[in-house]
Design a protein around this ligand. Structure first.
Ligand code: UDP
Length: 461
C-alpha cells in the first residue's frame, strides 16, 4: 500500500476508459474534476486510439495520456474479426500491457494510488490487485441499466425475459423496453457476456462510480448504495456547460472524429430560435439504406430545419437526398459536430437521438427535448426514461421489421416542435437542467461524492 504522507500531498489516479467516444468522454471529465481537486490523473487509452486521433482533437492538456495495446494497434476494434476476438485480445494483451505500463510508471518514481477502469474492462481489476493498487469500476450506463444487468448476472431475471420485467427501485418494463441484450438475447453473444459480466469481480472494487446524478435516479441509487461504495459523479459534461467553475473546461477534448464545427455554428446562427431538429445516432450506430431513406423522408416531410450527423459513406446518400428534394437550405448534413455546442445552441428545438447514455444525459442536462429512436444495447431503456420517467420527450416505435417509418417519425417530431407535449417536455427538460447544475456545483450531490473519493484517496481509509 502506498505511503500515506505522499497520498496526502497529491494522489495519482489512472483512468482507463473503453476506447469509444461515449465511454471516453465521461471518464475524461471525471479526470478534470479530480485535477481541479488536486489529484494527478493519467488517462490510459489504446495505442490505436491515440495514434488515430488527430492531435488537434486532443485538447485535454491537463490530463497526461498514456497508451496500452489492445492487440489491434493498427486498426482498433473495426479491424478485429469479431467482437469476441477484440474483447479477448483486449483482455489478454491489455492486461500484460497495463502491467508493463504500471511497472514503468513506478520505476519512474510514480506512486499510483488508484486505478479507475471502465466497468466493461473487469480484467483491469486483476492487474491492479497484482500491484496492490485500489481500484474503482466506472459505469457509463444509467443506474437503472446497471441494476438490470446486475439482476441478470445474479440469475434474478430469466433470459429471455417474460413479457414484463420487475426490478427493485425501478419501474416495470415491457420486455421490449429492456436493453437489447435481454430482449434480443443471444446466449453466446460476446457483448451480452461482457455487459452481464461487469459484476463478476465488483465486490473486490473499492469504489463503484456512475455517470448519473442523485435526483435523476434517486430510488435506484439508494438501492445501489446499499450494495457498494457508490460514487454518483455525473453528469460529466464540461463544466462551462453546467456549473462554470472550471473556466478552461469547455469541450470534452478527446475527439475520435473531426467536427465540422464552424459550418454547424454558422448554419445554426442563421436559423430562428427553437426551429432546428438536431439528429444524431452517436459514434457507432449505422442505419441501413431503408432506415436512412425513411429518416430522410420523415425529416423533409416535417418541413423543419434539421442538422443531421451522418458518419461514413451514408453521408453522401443524405446529401444527395437534400439535392433531390431541392431543400438544401432546410437541412445540413455533417460527418461529426461538437454535439454539446449544437445542443446548447438556441436554434435547436429538438434532438432526435438513438439514446446512447451520453447523448441522453447531455439532452437532459442541457434542457433539450427529445425524440428517442433507440436501436440496440441500453438505448430502449434510456428512451423509456426520457419519455415516461423524466418526461422530456417521446419515443418512436419501429415496425415489425425494426424500421421506423417516416409517418411515425414525422408525427413524433411534430409533437415536440408544435404541440402541447413539446411545451411540457421543454419545461421538464429545463428543470432537469437546473438539477444537473446543482448536482455538479459546489456542495451538490455529485460534487460531494467526488470530494469523498478524494478524501478516501488522501487518507487511504
Ligand atoms: N458526439 C459528438 N458529435 C457528434 C455525435 C456524437 O460529439 O456528431 C458525442 C456525444 O456528445 C456523446 C458521444 O459522442 O458524448 C456519443 O455517446 P453516446 O453514449 O450517446 O453514444 P454511442 O456513440 O456510445 O453510441
Amino acid at each position: 500500500m502506498a505511503d500515506n504522507h505522499k497520498i496526502k500531498k497529491s494522489p495519482h489516479v489512472l483512468l482507463i476508459p473503453y476506447p469509444s467516444q461515449g465511454h471516453i468522454n465521461p471518464i475524461i471529465q471525471f479526470g478534470k474534476r479530480l485535477i481541479s481537486k488536486g489529484v494527478k490523473t493519467t488517462l490510459i487509452t489504446t495505442i490505436y486510439t491515440l495514434n488515430s486521433t488527430p492531435s488537434h482533437n486532443t485538447t485535454t492538456t491537463s490530463i497526461e495520456i498514456k497508451a496500452i495495446s489492445d492487440g489491434f494497434d493498427k486498426g482498433g476494434y473495426t479491424s478485429a474479426d469479431s467482437a469476441e476476438s477484440y474483447l479477448k485480445s483486449f483482455k489478454e494483451t491489455g492486461s500484460k500491457s497495463l502491467g508493463d505500463l504500471i511497472k514503468t510508471l513506478q520505476s519512474e518514481g510514480n506512486i499510483i494510488n488508484a486505478i479507475v477502469y471502465d466497468s466493461l474492462l473487469i480484467w483491469a481489476l486483476d492487474v491492479a490487485k497484482e500491484f496492490g493498487i485500489d481500484c474503482g469500476s466506472f459505469f457509463t450506463q444509467s443506474c437503472a441499466v446497471n441494476t438490470i444487468y446486475y439482476h441478470v448476472h445474479k440469475g434474478l431475471i430469466s433470459l429471455p425475459p417474460g413479457s414484463t420485467v420487475s426490478v427493485p427501485g425501478l419501474p416495470q418494463f415491457e420486455c421490449w423496453e429492456t436493453p437489447s441484450f435481454l430482449h434480443n438475447y443471444e446466449p453466446n453473444g460476446a457483448w451480452s457476456k461482457t455487459v452481464f459480466g461487469q459484476f463478476e469481480n465488483i465486490d473486490q472494487a473499492r469504489w463503484v462510480f456512475t455517470n448519473s446524478f442523485y435526483k435523476l435516479e434517486e430510488q435506484v441509487i439508494t438501492w445501489m448504495r446499499k450494495m457498494w461504495n457508490l460514487k454518483v459523479i455525473g453528469p460529466t459534461l464540461p463544466s462551462m456547460h453546467l456549473d462554470k467553475r472550471l473556466k478552461d473546461d469547455k469541450y470534452y477534448g478527446f475527439n475520435l472524429f473531426k467536427a465540422n464545427h464552424n459550418e454547424c455554428m454558422a448554419w445554426l446562427s442563421d436559423k430562428p430560435k427553437g426551429s432546428v431538429v438536431y439528429v444524431s445516432f452517436g459514434s457507432m450506430i449505422k442505419l441501413g439504406p431503408e432506415q436512412m431513406e425513411e429518416l430522410a423522408w420523415g425529416l423533409s416531410d416535417c418541413g423543419v430545419n434539421f442538422l443531421w450527423v451522418v458518419r461514413g459513406k451514408e453521408g453522401k446518400l443524405a446529401k444527395d437526398f437534400l439535392d433531390m428534394k431541392r431543400i438544401p437550405e432546410k437541412g445540413l448534413v455533417v460527418a461529426w459536430c461538437r454535439q454539446l455546442d449544437v445542443l446548447a445552441h438556441e436554434s435547436v428545438g429538438c434532438f432526435v437521438t438513438h439514446c446512447g447514455f451520453s447523448s441522453t444525459l447531455e439532452a437532459v442536462s442541457l434542457g433539450v427535448p427529445v425524440v428517442g429512436m433507440p436501436r440496440v444495447s441500453d438505448q430502449s431503456t434510456n428512451a423509456k426514461y426520457l419519455d415516461e420517467i423524466w418526461g422530456v420527450g417521446v419515443r418512436v416505435k419501429a415496425d415489425e421489421n425494426g424500421i421506423v417509418r417516416r409517418e411515425t417519425l414525422t408525427s413524433c417530431i411534430k409533437k415536440i416542435m408544435e404541440e402541447e407535449r413539446g411545451v411540457v417536455a421543454r419545461k421538464n427538460a429545463s428543470q432537469w437542467k437546473e438539477l444537473a447544475k446543482l448536482a455538479v456545483g459546489e456542495g451538490g450531490s455529485s460534487d460531494r461524492d467526488i470530494d469523498e473519493f478524494v478524501y478516501e484517496l488522501r487518507h487511504n481509509c
